[in-house]
Design a protein around this ligand. Structure first.
Ligand SMILES: O=c1ccn([C@@H]2O[C@H](COP(=O)(O)OP(=O)(O)O[C@H]3O[C@H](CO)[C@H](O)[C@H](O)[C@H]3O)[C@@H](O)[C@H]2O)c(=O)[nH]1
Length: 325
């Protein structure tokens, strides 16, 4: 029987790619989104769309009353680290209270399966790398704290109410759908790869490299960039693993790439120079972050298919030069 998955925040960057992947793999999908940051154009035409907001419980109860939902994949969150420091209330309200509202509506309707969009930001400054799931969690901003609180709520709800949950701790989501139909589109844009590509296109004056004196081979920060389609596939695999496994799983490639390496790869892919300004460090950026992804491979049977940063940037460049939204 075809299973129906509710994707909260399915109009966003990671949500919309996951919706497409689920539909391609035989699921029926309902997207719920408040469209504050999401794009209506990003939602696959094969999915049903419901305008709903996590802070409007009635809109959530209505979804579960009307539809037979097998599982929820929950992406709906605010995710600007800097803003979370300036306005923590916004983050605790939407991310934490909103998720509690969602869980209330789920449990009232006996829906017990949830896959959640967590983050490597729950670890804070790393004590060691690669980071495995046993690494202490000590987030350094309200965004990361809000995600950690939700992970902890899930663990308590599992014991008390039999909630089945997997929290996927992403490293740096990157790239776009291989067919060029959907891609990354944030307002404001703060992520490195789209900013580099916009500088190459001449849409921005330059890219500012935040810090050149880090303890890394070229002095710039190292991150683990994972292709959005590999990330999307992991959500389906997590869904299929419930209720057998509940807990937290890292999603990264296990390979680190520096800011300079991203710029060089983008120049290679586009065939154009990137106007670059070497600037001061940005507050709160650890020098090196990359994942130990053993657990994702062992528990989910997951493997990243995009092997190189050039391949990832090629999909992003394809999108950036033919954007649909
Ligand atoms: O204009 C820029 C933007 C970024 N960077 C550098 O590029 C790297 C990647 O930065 P991003 O902002 O693209 O990504 P982050 O690693 O800061 O962010 C990731 O982790 C965050 C939590 O820490 C959130 O989860 C976020 O959504 C996720 O992409 C960092 O070293 C950053 O210092 C620059 O040099 N210049």
């Amino acid at each position: 029987m075809t299973k129906t998955v509710l994707v909260m925040g399915g109009a966003g960057y990671i949500g919309s790619h996951t919706v497409k992947h689920l539909l391609d793999n035989g699921y029926r999908v309902i997207v719920a989104d408040n469209l504050v940051y999401g794009h209506l154009e990003a939602i696959d035409k094969r999915a049903a769309f419901i305008h709903a907001d996590l802070l409007n419980s009635a809109s959530l109860y209505a979804i579960f009353n009307r539809h037979e939902i097998h599982a929820v994949i929950h992406f709906a969150a605010f995710a600007y680290v800097g803003e979370s420091v300036q306005d923590p209330q916004k983050y605790y309200l939407n991310n934490v209270v909103g998720t509690i509202n969602l869980l209330n509506a789920m449990l009232a309707n006996n829906v017990k399966n949830i896959v959640f969009s967590s983050t490597c930001a729950t670890y804070g400054e790393p004590n060691y790398i690669p980071i495995d799931e046993k690494h202490p969690q000590s987030p350094i901003n309200p965004y990361g704290k809000s995600k950690l609180m939700i992970e902890q709520i899930f663990a308590d709800y599992e014991k008390a109410y039999g909630l089945n949950h997997i929290s996927l701790r992403y490293f740096n989501a990157a790239g776009c759908s291989a067919d060029g139909e959907i891609g990354e589109s944030h307002t404001p844009e703060t992520h490195l790869i789209p900013l580099v590509l916009k500088a190459i296109k001449g849409e921005r004056d330059s890219i500012h490299v935040f810090g050149t004196d880090y303890d890394t081979p070229d002095g710039t920060c190292i991150r683990d960039y994972i292709h959005i389609e590999d990330l999307a596939a992991a959500h389906r695999l997590a869904l299929e693993k419930l209720p057998e496994y509940c807990g937290c799983i890292n999603l990264g490639t296990g390979t680190g790439t520096s800011v300079k390496e991203i710029i060089f790869a983008a120049e290679k892919v586009s065939g154009k120079k990137c106007p670059t300004v070497y600037a001061e460090r940005r507050a709160g950026d650890p020098a090196k972050l990359f994942a130990d992804n053993t657990k994702a491979k062992e528990i989910l049977g997951w493997q990243p298919h995009y092997a190189s940063i050039e391949e990832i940037i090629t999909t992003a460049w394809n999108w950036e030069t033919n954007r649909k939204f």
